[in-house]
Design a protein around this ligand. Structure first.
Ligand code: IMP
Ligand code: MG
Length: 191
């Protein structure tokens, strides 16, 4: 993996596709175990960022009759969280009495996840769980805690594997970090 440049910014390799695949499998195994014997879940993928993680995660889920659907929100503008969420594509399915698992690419401030969970809760699901590939625990400002996390990461800007900079770079198989954000002290991943 080489350094890449996007919008004049340099990004460095951070998480490899092999590391991602390992954690996707581990998260799916946790979900398979937790929901084994319970009602089949409805996965809700939060577009756009989560589409690649959701596709990989859902294929590792082996719960019969599980389903997946999609909603679309936007809270980021460029590299900054706007702090306010716009709903671009709402939920069509009836979730009353269902086990719902929200799939996010990343939980940063937690604004998107918290608002979506509040919105879903109004429709009386049996349970709501949150699965995210990436979690920035130091950025969280909302009362939301993911149930399933691929990687805990520092509050740095990253791209690839669904994560974008102004719509670009979602198709990178590996995850890259903004070079100027990279300092040796706090780049430890935990899983
Ligand atoms: P939150 O509402 O602040 O938790 O932000 C959630 C959304 O912000 C995610 O679904 C991403 O779309 C976006 N986001 C947060 N951090 C990053 C990042 O490091 N790179 C790219 N997008 C990000
Ligand atoms: Mg997103």
């Amino acid at each position: 993996m080489k350094t890449i440049t996007l919008q004049g910014l340099e990004f460095e390799p951070y998480i490899t596709k092999q590391q991602i695949a390992t954690q996707v499998k581990r998260v799916a195994a946790e979900i398979n175990e937790d929901l084994d014997g319970d009602d089949a879940p409805l996965f809700i993928c939060v577009l756009n960022g989560a589409f690649i993680f959701a596709a990989d995660l859902y294929r590792e889920v082996n719960l019969p009759h599980s389903q997946i659907t999609f909603v679309r929100f936007k809270s980021y503008d460029g590299m900054c969280s706007t702090g306010e969420m716009r709903q671009l594509m709402g939920l069509q399915e009836d979730i009353e009495g269902k086990n719902v698992i929200v799939i996010e690419d990343i939980v940063d401030t937690g604004t998107t996840a918290a608002e979506l969970i509040n919105l879903l809760a109004e429709h009386n699901p049996k349970s709501i769980k949150l699965a995210t590939l990436l979690f920035k625990p130091n950025s969280i400002i909302n009362q939301v805690m993911p149930d399933y996390v691929g990687f805990n990461i520092p509050s740095k800007f990253i791209i690839g594997y669904g994560l974008d900079l102004d719509g670009e770079a979602r198709n990178l198989s590996d995850i890259y970090i903004l070079s100027k954000d990279k300092d040796a002290d706090d780049l430890n991943l935990s899983m």
